[in-house]
Write a protein that binds this ligand. Sequence first.
Ligand code: ATP
Ligand code: MG
Length: 189
Amino acid sequence: MNKKELRKQLLAERQQLTREQRAPWDAAIFKRLSEMEEVQQASTIMLYLDFRGEVESEEMIRYGLAAGKRVCAPVTFKEERRMVPVLISSLDQLREGAYGIREPLHLPEREVRVEEIDLVVLPGVGFDRQGGRLGYGGGYYDRFLPKLRSDARKIAVAYELQVVAEVPMEEHDTPLDALVTEAGVWRRT
Ligand SMILES: Nc1ncnc2c1ncn2[C@@H]1O[C@H](COP(=O)(O)OP(=O)(O)OP(=O)(O)O)[C@@H](O)[C@H]1O
Ligand SMILES: [Mg+2]
């Protein structure tokens, strides 16, 4: 299946999930993620603000802030197809940005330099257990990830039903280091 077909199928499946089904999975994913050594040791973490039924991220953001980490999230510039990481200090200070995704206020002094990021937790549409990731097709993470420090970790979170045997990967796709689902943690070996 090509990326477009796979995206459509996986989004349709995720759409079927009810709040009741997702809530315990969100909790399990958060617990696994927060127990990972690379998460505990990271000082500056880039998280995301969930939309369209992605794994809920608010608990992760609260955890990061409570643990004294610098937490940032993407501010999206549609024209340039670019994401800029901006510090979050509270879940109350978000606005609706491009694509209807919540984002922090883009104050220049709150921008985080990409080299400062130790860990990125990223959502997506589909994943495999070889580090493959499929997003919404905008190439936003594809443009962003190569700018990270080479030792910065890239960890995806997803529901098990988003995991397939193999996601088609192209030259511009950056492989992930780990994938956390409600069922367990996969790590690149
Ligand atoms: N570094 C790049 N520079 C320019 N275009 C890019 C770059 N990386 C990816 N693209 C373009 O972005 C488009 C979307 O790529 P792809 O289908 O892999 O998206 P995706 O991984 O689903 O999206 P996202 O990264 O937003 O999650 C492709 O047409 C690709 O050519
Ligand atoms: Mg891609």
